[in-house]
Design a protein around this ligand. Structure first.
Ligand code: GLN
Length: 543
């Protein structure tokens, strides 16, 4: 077989949010299922060193890798589609490469030279790609942003240069939009033409374009795009809107995109083994029942802010033969109307992670409601901290219970800063407790039953913890600390016993980052299973 590494470069045109990340992940999946080793890399042209300091409203969720990198949410798609754990090396921002170049300049590495975007920054960018070469046959490089943005130019120039070194091992795929204009009754190709022209101005001739459309491209339209893009008609692919992102790999395979890429490289492989994936998509599209789960959070107006939770729930639901109706509840709303009225009719309640004071009393109300009404409850990170506060206030006789994140001077700080965060001001970039660490799960607990394992590795992103001083009081009142971090004893999982509540589990870590379509996360699996069970028990006629 011809030797790699091969480079698949994915760029985007016309508008953002075209699903470049899903496209990259989908092609990765197809190539992986053909037996190739693939590694993805996302370039993000913003100046933040990582996504950790960015507002979820602007940027969607911060995805945390095993090694504790705070990355772009596309890494979540990559991990889920490729079923692999990625590292910090798979997300490179302008901030990182500029910082590295400036540090080298200060150290004297470029002594005497004028340090410039070309060649110094572009070389730094190429080095980030080369770092992955040893572990991959194919490196999937997705360039964030839209062609034509000032910010992405150094990245595009870097990959252009790299492709000159490996012309027969490179493939440029340009993802664009072909909008339907109702007043004209037509699909319009002009934005795509302009966008491809822009790419060619920079010196990049794409090998294929992938057109996002809401309807099939008529042959004439395809021909026109091919002509103006300087491409054969077979190189114009379409990606119509689909119900589920998990269908995209199957559609792209039907379109022949993976085959076309391999032919361009002169590679032949076995056909991709997609059987399990197809079965998963089938289950997803043929549910037996519908479950309503309330997700109570602060960023509910932007779904991308809870991307991985949404996906983890989807994976678990597919395995339980259920379709989910997610009710995104703005936590502040629950401070105005009673949870009894707003949450009536939901089958389960999930409280995701979060930062800051706004809306927390509403979340606490939702937890109280779930606990008292015996609704399956799942709390994540902040969701666990608030579950502890709720339990402390309403069950353990600590009415002033609070987190020092929200009330510094509280007399009952049941949630407090992790010791390492107390002393000095460490700034905000990369200073949380981040990444995977072991969790020891106690025998006889629900968590242990769900995992079926004593020690698991889970990913973290937090600064506060269940205050160990209150541990005994909480346990005496009936809260079970089912999992701890083995070295320092930090509380990692709390739950209520099954004779008290059908499913009440909360985790300090973020299990959503480790759920995969074909292997849903055990706690999500358990939660959705409980939601279904409780709902069906209620519906069953009592004898
Ligand atoms: N704000 C809380 C903390 O810093 C929870 C963080 C989270 O939910 N990711 O500990």
């Amino acid at each position: 077989m011809k030797r790699g590494p091969f480079y698949l470069f994915v760029t985007g045109g016309v508008v953002s949010s075209l699903g470049k990340g899903i496209t990259t992940a989908s092609i990765g999946l197809l190539l992986k299922r053909r037996g190739l080793r693939v590694v993805p890399l996302k370039f993000d042209p913003y100046l933040n060193v990582d996504a950790g300091t960015m507002n979820p409203y602007q940027h969607g969720e911060v995805y945390v890798t095993e090694d504790g990198a705070e990355t772009d949410l596309d890494l979540g798609h990559y991990e889920r589609f490729l079923d692999m754990n990625l590292s910090a090396r798979s997300n490179v921002t302008s901030g990182q490469v500029y910082r590295a170049v400036i540090e080298k300049e200060r150290r004297g590495d470029y002594l005497g030279q004028t340090v410039q975007v070309i060649p110094h920054l572009t070389r730094e960018i190429q080095d980030r790609i080369r770092l992955l070469e040893r572990e991959a046959d194919v490196i999937l490089v997705e360039v964030g942003g839209t062609v034509g943005d000032i910010e992405s130019l150094p990245f595009l120039e870097a990959i252009r240069q790299l492709s000159l070194e490996a012309p027969d091992r490179s493939f440029f795929l340009h993802v664009t939009l072909v909008p339907f204009v109702p007043s004209a009754g037509e699909l319009k190709t002009k934005p795509t033409q302009h966008s491809v022209q822009k790419l060619r101005e920079i010196g990049i001739q794409p090998h294929a374009v992938l057109c996002r459309t809401d309807r099939p491209l008529p042959p004439g339209t395809r021909k026109k795009i091919a002509l103006f893009s300087n491409l054969p008609i077979q190189a114009v692919f379409t990606a119509p809107d689909v119900e589920s992102i998990y269908e995209v790999p199957l559609l792209l395979h039907e379109e022949g995109l993976d085959r076309y890429i391999l032919e361009t490289w002169g590679l032949s492989t076995q056909p991709p083994d997609l059987e399990e994936w197809q079965a998963f998509v089938h289950r997803l599209k043929h549910p037996e029942t519908t479950l309503r789960i309330a997700v109570v959070g602060k960023y509910v107006h932007l779904r991308d802010a809870y991307k991985s939770i949404n996906e983890a729930l989807t994976h678990a639901a597919a395995h339980h033969g259920a379709r989910l109706e997610l009710d995104w509840v703005d936590s502040e709303e629950l401070e105005k109307v009673s949870p009894e009225s707003r949450l009536e009719g939901v089958d389960g309640v999930l409280i995701p992670g979060g930062f800051g004071r706004r809306g927390i009393e509403g979340k606490i109300q939702a937890i109280r409601y779930a606990r008292e009404q015996q609704k399956p409850f799942f709390g994540i990170c902040l969701g666990m901290q608030l579950a502890v506060i709720e339990f402390a206030r309403h069950v353990a006789g600590l009415p002033e219970a609070h987190s020092t994140e929200f009330q510094k001077e509280t007399s009952q700080p049941v949630v407090d800063l992790l010791p390492e965060h107390g002393a000095e001001d460490r700034g905000f970039g990369g200073t949380l407790r981040l990444g995977a660490s072991p969790v020891q799960i106690s025998p006889g607990t629900l968590a242990r039953e769900l995992y079926g394992q004593e020690v698991v590795l889970e990913r973290h992103r937090h600064r506060y913890e269940l205050n160990p001083i209150y541990r005994k009081a909480l346990e005496d009142a009936g809260l079970v600390i089912a999992g701890v971090e083995p070295v320092r004893g930090l509380a990692e999982i709390v739950e209520l016993p099954r004779n008290v509540h059908p499913f009440f589990v909360a985790t300090q870590f973020h299990p959503e980052f480790k759920s995969r379509p074909l292997s849903p996360h055990p706690v999500f699996h358990g939660f959705v299973g409980a939601v279904r069970r409780v709902k069906e028990n209620q519906e069953a006629p009592s004898r």
